[in-house]
Ligand binder design. Structure first.
Ligand SMILES: *Cc1c(COP(=O)(O)O)cnc(C)c1O
Length: 376
């Protein structure tokens, strides 16, 4: 028997382009005609528009979300001789960025209802760090799937220990907690602009946002060889720039982001309704949080069966993520963990399944997914 054809993909960045094609093509043509391709007017305009939309003093573009995290860590002076706490239930990029700057990751388990950092275990680890670990100087909570991590207790524990907090907002552009946008709670925050993210370039991109002008200036220097003045490296930096074509595309997409997040929320509400009374529970919403549904994630003991039943109806699904970072070959056996040993993380990674979720899903496609959910 042939594998059933997927008619409703789980993600569809091409549809995101086509929905805005005329505007994007005009913006790209403008960038091409300008004759200036790296760190020019489009990039500056995007940075200003992003900071204004987010509500920070500054936003600094860079090459990708991994670099955004590494630049933020370096701007805070975190490198060799420091440990950084984060989660194992995340894109591997979060942990890779910590090691890129020479720091040592320590992985905290998740709260299984919201899939984000367990603040109780974090506080325990800050009180009594694992033996042999350098001092913990920063914590990176990840706002996973489009919803806030439990920031209040995380930030309280970090403040008590004099530890910096860097929000990883790569899946949460536009999400709020108590009415305030994620990425504005801490001194510095990071966003990926990978094509499938809620705000996605048509290529790679990233943003570091901060309320602190001096910190932004430092990030802007670090992303270009440590230059504060052209051709003069005051410190050792890297090359991690956002190019003008991507910046022009992102300016178009940013103007549509709030509407697209609202569309994601409407799709999520339809899925919630279809699941009512069934065995599978809709994703939990944190009190006070507005979820922007980068992913709509179900949890099933028989995930393989669920995935096959949806596939038989032409519905694509994804797994975010099938293997926690601490079990991946490059990391296994060598990354420090808190006392919970990431037990909830391992359980979640075996059971999570992401439904189709992107703003260009048609009403008919959403209805098809809902009908399939009701038949489960
Ligand atoms: C996508 C993502 C990143 C990394 O972004 P890149 O742009 O691919 O480098 C980091 N953290 C999280 C949580 C992500 O989802």
């Amino acid at each position: 028997m042939n594998a059933p054809v997927i008619t409703i993909p789980q993600a569809n960045p091409g549809a995101g382009y086509r929905a805005l094609q005329a505007e994007i093509d005009a913006a790209v043509a403008r960038a091409l005609a300008s004759g200036w391709y790296i760190l020019g007017g489009e990039g500056r305009a995007f940075e200003g528009e992003y900071a204004a939309w987010l509500g920070t003093a500054r936003a600094v573009g860079c090459a990708n979300g991994t670099d955004a995290l590494a630049l933020a860590l370096r701007a805070l002076g975190i490198g060799p001789g420091s440990a950084v706490a984060t989660v194992s239930h995340t894109a591997v990029a979060t942990v890779a960025a910590i090691e890129m700057v020479g720091a040592t990751p320590v992985l905290i388990d998740i709260d299984p209802a919201h899939y984000t950092m367990d603040p109780v275990e974090l506080a325990a680890v800050l009180d009594r760090p694992p033996a042999g670990l350098p001092p913990i100087r920063a914590v990176i909570p990840v706002h996973l799937y489009g919803q806030a991590a439990d920031l209040a207790p995380i930030m309280a524990a970090c403040t008590a220990h004099g530890v910096a907090v860097i929000e990883d907002c790569s899946q949460a552009h536009g999400a709020t907690l108590d009415g305030r946008k994620l990425g504005t709670f801490t001194e510095i925050s990071c966003f990926s602009l990978y094509p499938t993210k809620n705000l996605g370039a048509l290529g790679d991109g990233g943003v570091v946002a901060t309320h602190d002008d001096a910190l932004a200036t430092r990030v802007a220097a670090l992303r270009q060889y440590g230059w504060h003045t052209h051709y003069i490296s005051d410190e050792v930096g890297v090359n991690s720039r956002l190019d003008e074509i991507q910046a022009a595309v992102l300016r178009v997409k940013l103007a549509h982001l709030d509407a697209q997040n609202a569309r994601r929320q409407a799709i999520a509400a339809a899925y919630d309704y279809a699941l009512m009374g069934g065995a599978l529970k809709p994703p939990a919403r944190r009190a006070g949080a507005a979820h922007v549904f980068h992913q709509y994630v179900l949890r099933a003991a028989d995930r393989t069966g669920l995935q096959a039943r949806l596939r038989a109806e032409g519905i694509g699904t994804g797994i975010h993520y099938p293997m926690p970072v601490h079990l991946q070959p490059a990391y296994r056996g060598r990354v420090a963990m808190g006392p919970a040993r990431c037990a909830q993380t391992e359980r979640a990674s075996a059971e999570v399944l992401s439904l189709p979720m992107f703003p260009e899903l048609t009403d008919e496609q959403v209805a098809q997914v809902c009908a399939a959910l009701r038949r489960l």
